[in-house]
Unconditional design. Structure first.
Length: 100
């Protein structure tokens, strides 16, 4: 008879790599002064990209692909833009008057 080799379970790391969410704060520590939000705003209407520089400049953009005004910006917060949707009127059956 042949002895079958014993199988020792190998442990696999239970911490999967999490892809960064588009709606989250990103660290600019070491690039921008201070701590989040680095002396800049963090919640502006219609803004999806927030940036800062080492000398304290802030930049806010309504689109993710809009470039910063000059080099040296770090994006400390970005949001996925909400889809633009046109309001749709609810369909209401039209009443037809009956003639008697």
């Amino acid at each position: 008879t042949t002895a079958s080799p014993s199988r020792t379970p190998t442990s696999v790391s239970a911490s999967p790599t999490k892809a960064p969410s588009p709606d989250e704060e990103q660290s600019c520590s070491g690039t921008c002064p201070g701590t989040f939000p680095y002396g800049c705003a963090e919640n502006l209407v219609n803004v999806v990209k927030y940036g800062c520089t080492s000398d304290g400049h802030c930049s806010y953009h309504e689109t993710l692909d809009e470039p910063y005004p000059f080099a040296g910006f770090c994006t400390y917060k970005s949001l996925s833009p909400s889809p633009t949707s046109s309001p749709i009127a609810p369909s209401v059956p039209s009443a037809v008057p009956s003639s008697k």
